[in-house]
Design a protein around this ligand. Structure first.
Ligand SMILES: [Zn+2]
Length: 141
């Protein structure tokens, strides 16, 4: 949190209570890929005065400053996560561009093993498989 607040300060932004509340939700829910609506609902519990517009503006600012990632996982439905927690496992269709998020327990195990074997602190990764989704594959015949 301090790191993030310092980085915002350097860029001339202030960490307002609203911005901090939004960040806190993302910090407390790692790898959840929260939608703006989810974040709004959670923030409201501690900060009932915050409006949806403020949450959107904050998310916009934070993604512009690369503090959080904006993921477009499905049509028009943006999800957010902290930059340092980025873990992508996606199936990318080369024809229609559809991106499917998948999760596999094996990846978590592999990450742990790689970290231990290499004494390497892993903070994120990007794993994409390219190919054709079921729909496109069957359209091809
Ligand atoms: Zn496809």
């Amino acid at each position: 949190m301090t790191e993030i607040s310092e980085s915002l300060c350097r860029k001339g932004y202030r960490l307002t209570p609203q911005r901090e509340a939004v960040l806190k939700i993302l910090l407390e829910n790692p790898n959840q890929h929260l939608a703006a609506e989810d974040i709004y609902a959670m923030v409201r519990k501690s900060h009932p005065e915050i409006g949806m517009a403020t949450v959107y503006r904050t998310l916009e600012l934070l993604s512009k400053e690369k503090i959080i990632n904006q993921l477009s996982l499905d049509e028009g439905n943006c999800r957010y996560e902290l930059e340092s927690q980025a873990r992508y496992h996606q199936l990318v269709c080369l024809k229609c561009g559809k991106i499917t998020e998948f999760n596999d327990q094996l990846l978590a195990e592999m990450e742990e093993r790689l970290a231990a074997e290499n004494k390497f602190q892993i903070v994120g990764y990007l794993l994409k498989f390219y190919g054709y989704c079921g729909q496109c594959a069957s359209a091809e015949g």
